[in-house]
Design a protein around this ligand. Structure first.
Ligand code: HEM
Length: 171
């Protein structure tokens, strides 16, 4: 079918264009998902931290219906966001591709924030939140549970806030 070299070349150009279009659509979809889910993730994390601090200060009981569920939802949503972020990193022109094209030294501070600092610090934040979750499950006392959630989720939240591409996101 593609015996003629010109035909074959045309076929490959078309195929590459089609692939580029597919990656672009995938990129746009994943970026939109990552962007909107960020509101939900940050909100539920704030709720989980405020709830844990209030439980700690108020010497409250750690309930399965509220406290456990809220911390679990925050953990699950953070992990979903992490997974989407990892995919985004490889389809976005501002993620791994930016480092490949410009090299670490060629990145502007804003480009470095998105390509290096945001992914790196956010992975650490998710690790902290996961450690807090697994540690809180191992203790029985309500006060200690609230304390662990407050510290680890709180630190994770601070890390997330510190390396968010605010200007790009809220524009
Ligand atoms: C887990 C918490 C995370 C939150 C709350 C979060 C939030 C955000 C937000 C709000 C943006 C800006 C979106 C926009 O401009 O509309 C963004 C961009 C981005 N995030 Fe995340 N992110 C998280 C984790 C990650 C991780 C773990 C990675 C990669 C390993 C990642 C990779 C990226 C990339 C590459 C962009 C830039 C995409 C582009 O503009 O083309 N994110 N993130």
């Amino acid at each position: 079918m593609h015996k003629n070299p010109a035909n074959r070349q045309g076929f490959f150009v078309l195929k590459s264009l089609f692939l580029a279009l597919k990656i672009y659509i995938m990129y746009e979809t994943i970026l939109t998902l990552h962007s909107y889910l960020a509101y939900i993730v940050l909100t539920i994390l704030i709720l989980a931290v405020v709830n844990a601090i209030s439980g700690l200060i108020g010497n409250k009981l750690f309930t399965l219906t509220k406290d456990f569920r809220l911390s679990l939802f925050a953990l699950i949503l953070t992990h979903i966001q992490l997974t989407i972020g990892l995919i985004l990193y490889f389809v976005s022109p501002k993620g791994f591709n930016a480092i490949q094209e410009l090299g670490m030294g060629g990145l502007t501070p804003l480009a470095r924030l998105v390509a290096v600092e945001h992914p790196f610090i956010n992975i650490i934040a998710v690790v902290l939140i996961t450690i807090g979750w697994s540690k809180h499950k191992k203790v029985m006392e309500a006060k200690r549970k609230f304390k662990l959630i407050s510290i680890f989720y709180g630190l994770g939240l601070l890390f997330l806030f510190s390396r968010m591409p605010w200007a790009q996101w809220l524009n």
